[in-house]
Design a protein around this ligand. Structure first.
Ligand code: SAM
Length: 306
């Protein structure tokens, strides 16, 4: 009686091993990272959208197991299945670090997932989103409606222009929190990681304000992009800085980060009681996750804190 069951288990193991070794064909979307010698793939069942805007190429696919997938210039932006990890960590740690966030500016973020999370905070009175490309928001409206569900909130203001120019023209001390939810630091987004832009962000923040910047992979970019970002933030006047790691399976290495920096504000503590009592649902963010993320792994500790 035992034998067939044991054989069944072995068979299942063998089958799963065979699956691991199958080669990928046109039914898979793959993002390859040449410099790292690695790639990430999702099985796709349909291409829903393919558009070249004046700024970038936007594609949307239906996948077999991850819901819909948005790709910009060949890079995965989000999937239905795991975008909550990124959007919650781009918004809640920053908003629970600030003492009383009322006016929030999002640079980039055209899929509107970060905007939706920001607007969950009842104390926020105004959230301005500035993305260079209206095509991203239109694709999100059409294919990811759950992300754009807060766009009609009276507190939301959607603008389509270059974030660099918006910051250059914005008034002094006009926001409490600035969230830079950009694509990777190349092409149109490159300037959003530089000291000159961040000096502008510092000026636009009220004292006690803070900036939250998407800061790429702890595993791949600690010694490059993340270290350089800390240097640029320091040059821009942000004396307190912390990089918080979190998982995003569909991003390079499966591990991502946001960097929070304060204008006359220590970012290593947060409103923990308020975070514990938050009156809105989250799927990843908790006060405990926030606390843990402020204590990064040993290998990147020296880079991740001021
Ligand atoms: N972290 C996500 C990722 O890279 O996978 C970011 C997603 S969000 C869709 C990034 C947005 O940044 C895009 O919609 C893009 O149009 C916007 N963006 C890039 N450069 C920008 C700039 N200079 N000003 C405003 N928005 C910009």
């Amino acid at each position: 009686m035992l034998l067939p069951r044991v054989l069944g288990e072995q068979d299942a193991r063998r089958k799963s091993h065979m699956r691991d070794r199958m080669s990928l064909d046109e039914h898979w979307f793959s993002e390859a990272f040449e410099a790292e010698g690695m790639a990430f793939s999702l099985r796709i069942t349909d291409k829903l959208h393919d558009e070249q805007t004046p700024y970038q190429r936007i594609q949307v696919y239906q996948t077999s197991h991850w819901g819909r997938l948005m790709v910009i210039d060949g890079c995965i932006m989000l999937t239905d299945r795991d975008n909550f990890l990124y959007h919650e960590m781009m918004s809640h740690p920053g908003l629970f670090t600030h003492d009383n966030p009322r006016e929030v500016l999002i640079i980039g973020g055209g899929d509107c997932g970060t905007l939706r999370e920001v607007l969950r905070h009842p104390g926020v009175t105004r959230a301005v989103q500035v993305d260079i490309d209206a095509g991203v928001t239109e694709a999100a409206r059409q294919f990811f409606p759950e992300l754009t569900q807060a766009n009609d909130d009276q507190r939301a203001e959607l603008r389509f222009e270059d974030g660099l120019q918006y910051i250059a023209a914005a008034g002094d001390a006009s926001f409490d929190v600035v969230i830079v939810d950009s694509t990777d630091p190349v092409g149109i987004a490159e300037g959003l990681f530089g000291a000159s832009f961040l000096r502008g962000v510092h000026r636009v923040l009220r004292p006690g304000g803070l900036v939250v910047q998407q800061s790429e992979s702890p595993l791949l970019h600690s010694e490059g992009i993340i270290r350089d970002l800390h240097t640029a933030l320091s040059e821009a006047g942000f004396s307190s800085r912390a990089t918080l790691p979190f998982p995003v399976p569909s991003y390079p290495s499966g591990w991502w980060s946001c960097t929070i920096a304060g204008r006359e504000r220590d970012v290593h503590n947060f409103r923990e009681t308020a975070a514990r009592a938050a009156a809105f649902p989250t799927q990843y963010y908790t006060a405990g996750i926030h606390y843990g993320a402020l204590h990064p792994p040993a290998f990147c500790r020296a880079v991740f804190n001021d």
